[in-house]
Design a protein around this ligand. Structure first.
Ligand code: SAM
Length: 349
């Protein structure tokens, strides 16, 4: 049961089963994520993916990380097509599977697809998964298939001590963490990142500027910035692990890269915004100094460059040497270094 709708998007391309059955079948059989809804189902939007069938190999990895036992009760957040829910219900024959989906039409389609199967019918709930689902608590496992920027404390509160909470996690700057927390007896949860996963953000935790043009909509006076130069190559910062670590230090800054074409091929400009301030850094091949332009009260490039320097000073740890601790009062990111856990981001409430 994969319950894929007739229309899917792959790499932005729309594939309709009715007009391109072969293309659709090829896409469904491939080990790729399939976007199954754009713009929360609204017509004529900015074409921002809002629901999908996750990539099969990643779902498999996530289920391995959950380490489920047959009698575990599991809470899934982000039902989507219901495919992961079906896999959980097939495996956890002695436990109860509860799945929460915020989008009514997506949830209804999944509920229909999950009924009348060989496994017990999972409990499907239409609601905000960030609140967990108290009536089904306590849970032995919590699996989120939507990314969060802030782990809801409700997930910890509704879990038994020892429970695993697995969730895609990101910042406005970088969306690539798969976080595995273990709930402790003292009402906190803590754990490391265990891989690379870029899921769509939970509805109320989406980035502020998705679907908006940085230059034009967010930055209205790009020509009036303060000018200076840096010797830090902006491409180094965009590599997988520094990009993730910088995001921990400046979680509210969004970035976007534009690559030159024609006579500017090989060049790129990275733009950074926080809503009030902005910065851009130009990369030109072969140069050893790069132009920085900034506007607004905050010196965004300085903060980003400092976060990069700090990451290098910590020995350039990969994403998987970082983790998060969630308490009733807030949460913080840390680096598990040779001298123990060291905070590497602001505490968020
Ligand atoms: C990546 S898809 C889920 C994929 C799904 N597990 C599967 O196997 O097909 C993420 C889903 O999370 C849902 N979602 C977003 N925000 C949510 C929220 N606050 N609560 C519950 N579901 C949410 C989206 O509507 C979307 O269907």
């Amino acid at each position: 049961m994969r319950n894929i709708p007739d229309i899917v998007w792959v790499g932005g391309e729309r594939i309709d089963r009715r007009t391109d059955p072969e293309g659709w079948t090829r896409a469904v059989r491939a080990d790729i994520p399939l976007v199954t809804q754009m713009d929360d189902g609204d017509e004529g939007g900015d074409l921002i993916p809002t629901s999908s069938a996750s990539m099969p190999s990643l779902v498999r990895y996530m289920l391995e990380q959950l380490d489920a036992r047959r009698d575990h009760d599991v809470l899934e957040l982000g039902t989507g097509t219901g495919w992961t829910t079906a896999l959980l219900a097939t495996a956890l024959t002695g436990g109860i599977v509860t799945s929460v989906e915020v989008d009514t039409s997506v949830a209804i389609a999944a509920r229909k697809a999950l009924t009348g199967r060989s496994y017990p019918v999972p409990t499907t709930v239409i609601g905000d998964g960030l609140e967990g689902y108290e009536p089904g608590a306590p849970y032995d496992l919590v699996l989120s298939t939507m990314a969060v920027r802030h782990v809801p404390y409700a997930w910890v509160e509704q879990s038994v001590p020892g429970a695993v909470i697995l969730t895609p996690w990101g910042t406005a700057y970088n969306n690539s963490g798969l976080l595995r927390l273990v709930v402790d007896h003292d009402g906190t949860a803590s754990g490391r990142f265990v891989g690379n996963a870029a899921f769509m953000y939970a509805r109320s935790q989406r980035r502020a500027f998705d679907g908006r043009r940085f230059v034009g909509d967010v930055i209205t006076d790009p020509d009036k910035g303060r000018l200076r130069h840096t010797t830090t190559d902006p491409r180094r910062l965009r590599e997988e692990h520094p990009d993730f670590a910088i995001g921990l230090a400046v979680p509210d800054i969004e970035q976007r890269v534009f690559f030159g074409s024609g006579p500017s091929a090989g060049e790129s400009t990275t733009w950074y915004v926080d809503g009030r301030s902005w910065a851009s850094v130009d990369h030109v091949p072969g140069a050893d100094s790069f132009r920085v332009t900034e506007g607004g009260p905050r010196d965004l490039w300085d903060e980003i460059e400092s976060a990069y320097t700090a990451w290098r000073g910590r020995g350039e740890p990969p994403r998987e040497q970082h983790g998060i601790t969630v308490t009733p009062d807030g949460q913080w990111a840390w680096h598990d270094g040779p001298h123990g856990r060291m905070a590497c981001g602001p505490m968020s409430g």
